[in-house]
Design a protein around this ligand. Structure first.
Ligand SMILES: CCCCCCCC/C=C\CCCCCCCC(=O)SCCNC(=O)CCNC(=O)[C@H](O)C(C)(C)COP(=O)(O)OP(=O)(O)OC[C@H]1O[C@@H](n2cnc3c(N)ncnc32)[C@H](O)[C@@H]1OP(=O)(O)O
Length: 180
């Protein structure tokens, strides 16, 4: 089935903001995190940027492949906000096309291609040198819709308790729970 953008999804161009301050991908409270910033696009698509820091190296001066996969995972995961669906990554298939040096800003774009029951199929590319630059990485993913219980049941109690007593986290989670 064609994906359907939720009527309350942020307008094209709007920043999505972090879903959790401690998130390695998008959180502002993780010193060595990616600090990835995503903006809503048209339909069920978005763009995002991430600048490779020295803490993200694998080989000297180059981004670690797992970190690049994390950037793709976070970008693809952010799409679920436009569907207003809570979902986790089931499968992430990544192509590393060009090496990505430290200091590079990766220009990411992603879209949901299909939804089938709880399964959400999506694809992303990361370009270097600008939004129209050459593709350095790309990924195809399958996200699976879950209930909030997925996190409450499996997350370490310390962080779950902290999240449940944080009004901001509750507000962000509620935005998903009103999913029709
Ligand atoms: C106040 C409280 C605070 C909480 C608030 C939280 C709100 C947070 C909001 C947003 C958070 C977003 C966070 C983003 C972070 C970036 C994204 C990540 O990195 S997520 C982490 C990595 N991923 C995992 O840790 C998943 C671990 N895996 C699992 O938990 C399960 O395997 C799960 C849920 C994915 C599926 O398990 P099943 O038992 O629910 O469902 P089954 O029946 O196995 O699968 C459903 C369908 O999907 C297919 N499927 C599942 N996994 C597949 C796979 N790997 N490959 C292909 N198909 C797969 C199956 O074949 C099935 O398909 P058929 O319906 O039969 O057609």
């Amino acid at each position: 089935m064609q994906p359907v953008r939720h009527p309350d999804a942020p307008a094209p161009g709007e920043l999505l903001g972090a879903h959790y301050g401690q998130c390695f991908g998008c959180g502002g409270d993780q010193p060595h995190g990616l600090h990835l910033e995503a903006r809503a696009g048209e339909g069920v698509s978005l763009t995002a940027e991430f600048t490779v820091q020295p803490a993200h190296q694998g080989a000297p001066g180059l981004a670690h492949g797992g970190v690049l996969a994390s950037a793709l995972d976070e970008t693809l995961g952010s799409l679920n906000w436009l569907l207003r669906t809570i979902a986790v990554t089931g499968r992430l298939e990544t192509d590393f096309v060009r090496p990505v040096p430290v200091g590079t800003t990766l220009h990411l774009e992603a879209e949901v291609t299909a939804v089938a029951g709880r399964k959400i199929y999506s694809t992303a590319t990361g370009r270097v040198g600008g939004p129209d630059g050459p593709v350095a990485v790309r990924a195809d993913a399958l996200f699976i819709e879950v209930k909030v219980d997925h996190f409450v049941d499996h997350g370490r109690q310390e962080e779950i308790q902290a999240a449940m007593s944080d009004p901001d986290q509750i507000r962000r989670t509620r935005a998903f729970e009103v999913n029709p």
